[in-house]
Structure formats: structure tokens, C-alpha cells
Design a protein around this ligand. Structure first.
Ligand code: DUC
Ligand code: ZN
Ligand code: ZN
Length: 463
């Protein structure tokens, strides 16, 4: 099966050129000057005139069916990966979650059972380590052999996911030994829990308190501490969902000193703010996630960080909980609001809006949303680039189409949109996953058995 995508502006990390892309079965066969390939030899032709043709998005931070606070995030692997495809994301890396007292390997088996045969697009796993002991540390090696070479740890959520500095140090020593990446949720959870208890004791129970008891300084402090532990051990470190200027400054300094420290941010921190968490009638609960949304002034720093590469990846931290039945759990105490927001469907569009607004270049859009996550998590050049031999994960994007985001039209399995009413320029038109058209103006033509597990290599950026 040969598909010719002709006449589009083919994007990579440097910008765009007018070119044709030839797909043969699941792979890209060639990227040529326009007209080089004989159209008569193609089984299918897609006219991409006036469209961008870019490598499929890679969302390196999602939580499908994630157990949290007595409930589960509401997208299954099936619904969440379908929504991702609608939005031009053709790979997700989701988190297997080790519960305290269980093993990493049984956790990995469990997540394979959930995801295998149930995804519309290709997927990989990171491992959340919440119980560091001799067995776990040994099991990290088997995880790496199984294509899971990145381990998320938490400096927040004492009693649940939290690791002490000593436990983090031990896992980092293993990461140094194996080349694995430690991903860090960097917030000082001990201090936050104290502030949260004080707030509730004084009658402050509404959603905005979730943000007020998690000040940006406590993200900055934890980020610096994680960086120090990584320096002492020599472990590669990747700060997840960075939201605060203080944390960014710590990352920038470490990178300036040549440390293997990387960071991602998420669209919600670029576009939303703590003002959303203060919405009346419990509406603020829709925006409760950790780290919390910040004051607007942080947004300019985050965009700058994206330009300077101190923030090298944009992921979503997609972790949807329905407003009606799930966020409701915390109506009388913000601490019981399940933490997380939906977003897997909108990342490519929201970051394209950054191109429209002049915050980032076209090449940077592709780099932060596809190429860098591929290299960061050992998927390049299979993913993240349109090159001969790469998987034909391709997005054909209309840069001038207008759209309004809404829960009424999105495909995520959640009853609200964090971006309700946002008017955007640019829209996904056609999506191919390994050569198969899965989204087009005719609708979704993929299937939730199509996605394959991606056994990943280690980080491709280490110096
Ligand atoms: N943050 C969230 O908001 N949800 C899930 C886990 C996390 O770290
Ligand atoms: Zn986290
Ligand atoms: Zn997360």
C-alpha cells in the first residue's frame, strides 16, 4: 500500500519545506521534492496543499485509568488514545503506578493488561516508583530491559506516592548505574500537607485553597533539591509538569552547568491560571491538579523557557476526572478533589496557538511536541521525524482553520473542558498512525486494537 501526501509544507525542527511524502505500508519510504514520485504508482493520494505535514505528536505524560484518591481517571486507554488521535497525537507514554507494597514487575504486567490491545495509537510506559527497596531497585533493571527506562518519583503526596530524599537518592544511584531517567514530581509535599491541614482547620475548604497551599516556592525548593540529588548521584533527571518560574530558574542553572537535567511543561500552565481555580460554585475544582495553576505572571517565563530549551518538552499530564461525580468528592474539603485535568486532545492545537501568537516558531512546535519527546524517551528516529524508515505517524494540519474548544465536541471521556470556549487558529485535518488513516474529515477510522506497545531505549540526550 502506497500513499502519496503531496504538495504540503513538511515540517521538522528547523521549519518547513514544500515536499511530497511517500508512505509504504507502515513506514515513510521517501520525502522528495514535489512531483518526483509518479502519482500513478500510488494507491492513495492526499492533497496537502496549504497544509502542514508534520510528525505525529508524542505526549510523554498521560494517565489513563489512573487510580487516584479512591477513584480512577475517566479515560480508558481506548477512549484516551482515540481522543489523542483526534488531536494529532500518535504516541502516548503513560504511567504504570506501583502501589506501596507491590512489585514493579507485577505493576508493569497489570498496565500491559489494561493497555495491550486497547489503544488506538502506539504507546509506551514510564514506571511510577512509590516503594523503594532492594527488590524494587533490582526490578528497575528488568523494567529497562522491557522497554521502560524512565521512573517517576514523587516529592509530594506523603503516605501515597511520596519518597524520602534517601529513597530518591537510592533510585538515582540505580539510574546512574543503568542510564535510566528519573522523572520527578517536584513539590515539597511535607510542607504542603501541613499548609493544607491548617487551611482546612481554619475553614478554608474551597478549590482555590489547593493552589494557595502549594506556593511556587515549594516547587522551586523541591526542584532544586532534586537537582542536587541528581548532581550528587550523577543521575539523569527530568522534571515533569514544571509550572513555576522558581523551578524553571533552578533547571536553567543546572543546565547551564552542564548537568543532565531536562524539564517539561504543560499547556494548562501556559494558558490557565490560579484565577480559574477561584471560579465560584465549585467550578474551580475543574482546574485542580498538581502542581497547581499559577499566577499569570509565570506564563511569560514558561514561554521563554520553551524558546531557550530549558523547557524542552510539552506534555499534557492528561488525568481527567468528571466534574459531576468525581471532582464532587472534594466539595467540602479541597484535599479530596481528585488531582488532574483533561488535555490529551488539545496539546498540538494549543501549542500551535503559541506559533500563531509569535511565542514559538513552527520548528519549535514540532520539536517540543514530537521530536524532543521521541529523543528524550528513546523512540527516535522511529518516532518524532518524517524520514525514510520512520513510522508513518503523520499529521496533516490546516493552519488557518478556526475552532472553538468545548466539552460538547471533544472526544475525551470527561464531562467538561478546561478550555471551554477557547477560540483557536489551526486544526488537525488528517492523522495517520503507522500508515493508516485514523482521523480525517470523514471522522475517526481507526480502531482501539491498532496501537502497539513501544519498547523504548534510554534517553538519547545524555552528555
Ligand atoms: N498530578 C496530578 O494532577 N494528577 C495525577 C498525578 C499528579 O502528579
Ligand atoms: Zn506529577
Ligand atoms: Zn502526571
Amino acid at each position: 500500500m502506497r500513499t502519496l501526501i503531496k504538495g504540503g509544507t513538511v515540517l521538522d525542527t528547523t521549519g518547513g519545506i514544500t515536499a511530497d511524502v511517500l508512505v509504504e505500508d507502515e513506514k515513510i519510504a521517501a520525502v522528495t521534492a514535489p512531483g518526483v514520485f509518479d502519482e500513478a504508482a500510488a494507491d492513495e493520494i492526499i492533497d496537502a496543499t496549504d497544509r502542514y505535514v508534520l510528525p505525529g505528536g508524542i505526549d510523554a505524560h498521560t494517565h489513563m485509568e489512573m487510580p487516584f484518591g479512591g477513584t480512577f481517571s475517566h479515560d480508558t486507554f481506548g477512549t484516551g488514545t482515540t481522543a489523542a488521535a483526534w488531536g494529532g497525537t500518535t504516541t502516548i507514554i503513560d504511567f504504570a503506578v506501583q502501589a506501596k507494597g507491590t512489585s514493579l514487575l507485577s505493576t508493569l504486567d497489570k498496565w500491559h493488561e489494561k493497555a495491550d490491545g486497547n489503544c488506538a495509537i502506539d504507546y509506551g510506559f514510564h514506571m511510577i516508583v512509590s516503594d523503594v527497596n532492594d527488590t524494587t531497585l533490582k526490578e528497575m533493571e528488568t523494567c529497562i530491559d522491557g522497554g521502560v527506562g524512565s521512573f517517576k518519583m514523587f516529592m509530594a503526596y506523603p503516605g501515597v506516592f511520596y519518597s524520602t530524599d534517601g529513597e530518591i537518592l537510592r533510585a538515582m544511584q540505580k539510574a546512574r548505574e543503568t542510564g535510566a531517567t528519573i522523572m520527578m514530581h517536584a513539590e515539597n509535599g511535607i510542607a504542603i500537607d501541613e499548609l493544607a491541614a491548617q487551611a482546612v482547620a481554619s475553614g478554608k475548604t474551597d478549590p482555590v485553597q489547593h493552589g494557595l497551599v502549594r506556593p511556587p516556592e515549594l516547587e522551586g525548593e523541591a526542584t532544586s533539591r532534586a537537582i542536587t540529588l541528581a548532581k550528587v548521584t550523577g543521575a539523569p533527571l527530568y522534571i515533569v509538569h514544571l509550572s513555576a518560574a522558581q523551578a524553571l530558574a533552578a533547571v536553567a542553572q543546572a543546565r547551564g552547568e552542564g548537568q543532565n537535567v531536562f524539564a517539561e511543561t504543560c499547556p494548562q500552565y501556559l494558558y490557565l491560571s490560579i484565577e480559574d481555580m477561584a471560579k465560584p460554585d465549585f467550578e474551580g475544582a475543574k482546574f485542580v491538579a498538581s502542581p497547581p495553576l499559577r499566577e499569570k505572571k509565570h506564563q511569560a517565563d514558561l514561554w521563554r523557557g520553551l524558546r531557550t530549551n530549558d523547557l524542552s518538552v510539552v506534555s499534557t499530564d492528561h488525568c481527567p476526572f468528571c466534574f459531576k461525580d468525581q471532582k464532587e468528592l472534594g466539595r467540602t474539603d479541597f484535599r479530596a478533589i481528585p488531582n488532574g485535568m483533561p488535555g490529551v486532545e488539545h496539546r498540538m492545537d494549543l501549542l500551535h496557538q503559541g506559533v500563531v501568537a509569535g511565542e514559538i516558531s513552527l520548528g519549535r512546535w514540532v520539536e517540543a511536541c514530537s521530536t524532543t519527546p521521541a529523543r528524550m524517551f528513546g523512540l527516535y528516529p522511529r518516532k518524532g521525524v518524517l524520514a525514510p524508515g520512520s513510522d508513518a505517524d503523520i499529521v496533516i494540519y490546516d493552519p488557518t482553520a478556526r475552532q472553538t474548544l468545548s466539552a460538547a465536541t471533544h472526544h475525551m471521556n470527561v464531562d467538561y473542558s478546561a478550555y471551554e470556549g477557547f477560540e483557536l487558529t489551526g486544526k488537525v485535518e488528517i492523522v495517520l498512525s503507522r500508515g493508516k488513516i485514523v482521523v480525517s474529515p470523514a471522522g475517526f477510522s481507526g480502531s482501539t486494537t491498532h496501537g502497539k506497545f513501544l519498547s523504548r531505549d534510554l534517553c538519547q540526550y545524555l552528555n
